[in-house]
Design a binder for this molecule. Structure first.
Ligand SMILES: C[S@@+](CC[C@H](N)C(=O)[O-])C[C@H]1O[C@@H](n2cnc3c(N)ncnc32)[C@H](O)[C@@H]1O
Length: 414
């Protein structure tokens, strides 16, 4: 094993100092990494205290699900790490209490390790109960200022669902950003040129402030919230002043609110109905590097399905109101995903919070692909096939998705 891999392995297995380790991506020309017999996109490792003692926990993520395995510290954990290190992940990111290690595998398969001493103090929680292992502690001043937590720093019973929703969204944002930055899909921000994040349809800016609180601990970030309501901007500017945070709140519609600069990251959490389409169209127009959008209701396509004839033999899918609405949700998001892919994005559709907490728990995650000539060729093949899939779906179902219309109006159509 080379020095780089040995150093990385040692950092992961240093249970007293490990904060978390992430591995993601597929190495060029290699198969998809496989963990416990399943192809995975990403793994996350941390140390947890279980009844049976301290363990190394490995959570592996495929397209839709997370799987967890626990390995007793010592030989068992070492064997698990050796098996993971042997997988063709493109990059590793290891945070310890003292350093950050980033390992990237070059096109020729050589490991490049970059190690940086931490400038911030960090404490590690080994609590295996994720509810207690939050990115934002319940007594975080942001949560108190937003009225999610009370003055004693405890989440109010009536705000538990919002807390969980925002927390899980930020967790996905954090992981997606880490992966996209390591793969060069999102630029590395600087103090002079911070990461620009816009939250479209921000409402009371729970997500805007929570994302700022978490991201600003690890990188320079500038948040902007957009909402059509003046009252939201007034309230949010007041909260920003209380917290001493520099953030902008723009009053305007998602479709044409003016920003002083195009953002790197676009967020939209439950923007109503076709406001999600407006958000995605803006993200495409801005060439945003990363887009995370959790759609809300899907009335538009549901209404269209009521008046169009379903293709044979699928009439049963739209005959009953409830099934039609559920199918409309799926069709709408499938069409959105196809359009994002057609426009050069890699797209995942994931659940960001358990369905028990909200049925509106689907999240479209899109990363704008950039790369060398080879990857451009593969990307354009993927774009062509997404365009074809989109056209076929439209022809079959006879619907006019709002995002497609917006892209046509802005000249982005094929
Ligand atoms: C369901 S709320 C979600 C608020 C916030 N994102 C959250 O999850 O807490 C939807 C918000 O989007 C805003 N909104 C809906 N359509 C909009 C549009 N076209 N332009 C700007 N804001 C819009 C509404 O005013 C509302 O504040």
């Amino acid at each position: 094993m080379s020095d780089e891999w040995s150093a990385l392995r040692a950092a992961v297995l240093d249970a007293d100092r490990l904060v978390r380790a992430l591995a993601s991506g597929r190495r060029k020309g290699q198969p998809v990494p496989v963990v416990a017999g399943r192809e995975v996109k990403r793994i996350e490792l941390r140390v947890v205290d279980l009844k049976a003692g301290r363990h190394l926990q490995v959570v592996s993520y495929d397209d839709t699900q997370a799987h967890t395995s626990n390995h007793a510290l010592g030989d068992e954990a070492a064997a698990a790490v050796d098996a993971l290190v042997a997988q063709p992940f493109a990059s590793w990111h290891v945070d310890t209490t003292e350093s950050t290690h980033q390992l990237r595998v070059t096109k020729k398969g050589a490991p490049l390790l970059h190690t940086k001493a931490r400038s911030d103090a960090v404490t590690v929680s080994h609590d295996h109960d994720r509810a207690k292992d939050r990115l934002l502690a319940e007594d975080d001043p942001v949560l108190v200022a937003l009225g999610i937590s009370d003055a004693h720093g405890r989440v109010k019973p009536t705000r538990q669902a919002k807390y969980r929703q925002v927390e899980e969204f930020v967790r996905l944002l954090d992981a997606s950003l880490t992966e996209a930055m390591e793969q060069g899909q999102v630029r590395t921000p600087t103090e002079d040129d911070p990461l620009r994040v816009v939250d479209l349809g921000c409402g009371n800016a729970y997500l805007t402030f929570a994302a700022h609180a978490h991201l600003s601990r690890r990188l320079p970030v500038r948040m902007t919230g957009v909402d059509v309501k003046q009252q939201s901007a007034d309230h949010n500017s007041q909260v920003a002043a209380t917290l001493g945070i520099d953030a902008d709140f723009v009053v305007g519609s998602i479709g044409d609110a003016a920003l002083d600069r195009a953002p790197d990251v676009v967020l939209a959490l439950h923007a109503c109905d076709t406001a999600t389409d407006d958000a995605l169209a803006r993200a495409l127009d801005w060439h945003a590097s990363l887009v995370l959008a959790a759609p809300c209701c899907h009335h538009d396509i549901a209404a269209q399905l009521r008046t169009t004839e379903a293709p044979e033999p699928y009439a049963m899918l739209t005959r009953y109101g409830i099934l039609r609405e559920r199918f409309a949700d799926t069709l709408t998001d499938a069409l959105r995903a196809a359009l994002l892919r057609r426009e050069g994005y890699r797209v995942d559709v994931v659940e960001f919070v358990e369905s028990a907490h909200t049925p509106r728990n689907t999240l479209l995650r899109a990363v704008r692909l950039r790369g060398d000539a080879g990857s451009h060729r593969r990307a354009s093949e993927a774009e062509e096939s997404a365009a074809q899939e989109y056209d076929d779906l439209l022809a079959a179902w006879g619907v006019r998705p709002r995002l497609g219309e917006l892209l046509e109006e802005s000249g982005l159509s094929r």
